[in-house]
Design a protein. Structure first.
Length: 267
């Protein structure tokens, strides 16, 4: 991983959009700094598309798509995308699975959740679970005392033993039934909302992230960037970002945005 200031001017100047994780990428210690939100707004106002790609729930994503300076949002690790059209005052919602399939999956996930709570002391259902449409989030450090990494691995293993997909973020282990992830829904969002072939344009798009559940995005985008806390997971990710900020969390995102914005219009 190279320091983000080493991103070549030709690369930074050619960027047409930014995808970004939220937790511990835009946020710092669980809060969204004004500087990080301002960086989002500056990118958007510069004419770049901006879209959070997050594990957070549908309830949160509706607000993000409606009120933040973004083109849309991919939520619950790829279960859906939302994009709000301010002119028509309509929210566009696209899900990987239909209503009936999500309802059936919810019953299966509820059973998995009961098993995890019984077998992993200290784990808890995430506080934002009520607002989720498609997955189950197990909290291992957001609103509970931080669990050891062995316990986090155990949570992930239980999901997988029950036939679910499981991904570890900086705060939750998210599990779901369905053949999707952040990248697959981002590809669909790019085609249907942005009118872009993601495979053809990936060199001109920056993804920003911080943790193992971002690995599919790090591996796909040649110019992906990590905030400094991505180094906490060194050796635990299937792919790492090409560039890394010096600062952690939201302050690191500001570094990345400033590198991109400093070159816009020059190439």
């Amino acid at each position: 991983m190279r320091i983000v200031t080493e991103m070549p001017e030709a690369v930074a100047g050619a960027v047409i959009g930014v995808f970004t994780d939220i937790d511990d990428t835009l946020t710092t210690e669980g809060r969204l700094p004004a500087a990080a939100y301002a960086a989002l707004e500056r990118l958007y106002d510069a004419g770049l598309f901006v879209a959070p790609i997050t594990g957070r729930p549908a309830g949160w994503c509706d607000m993000v798509a409606r009120f933040w300076p973004v083109t849309g949002v991919v939520g619950e690790n790829g279960a859906f995308y939302f994009s709000y059209d301010a002119e028509t005052r309509k929210m566009r919602r696209a899900f990987f699975a239909g209503d009936a399939e999500r309802a059936a999956n919810r019953k299966r996930l509820d059973a998995v959740g009961r098993r995890i709570l019984a077998e992993v002391p200290g784990a808890a259902i995430s506080a934002d679970q009520l607002y989720r449409e498609a997955d189950l989030a197990i909290d291992f450090c957001e609103d509970v005392e931080p669990l050891p990494r062995e316990a986090v691995r155990r949570i992930k293993a239980i999901f997988e033993a029950e036939g679910a997909v499981a991904k570890v973020s900086s705060i939750h282990v998210n599990g779901w039934f369905g053949d999707y992830d952040k990248l697959s829904m981002t590809r669909r969002f790019a085609a249907e909302v942005l009118g872009l072939d993601l495979d053809a344009e990936k060199d001109r798009i920056v993804f920003c992230g911080d943790s193992p559940n971002d690995a599919p995005m790090f591996g796909f985008f040649p110019n992906a960037c990590g905030v400094a806390n991505v180094r906490d997971f060194a050796g635990e990710m299937e792919a790492e970002p090409a560039y890394v900020a010096l600062a952690r969390g939201g302050e690191g995102f500001v570094e990345i945005a400033e590198r991109i914005l400093s070159t816009q219009g020059e190439w």
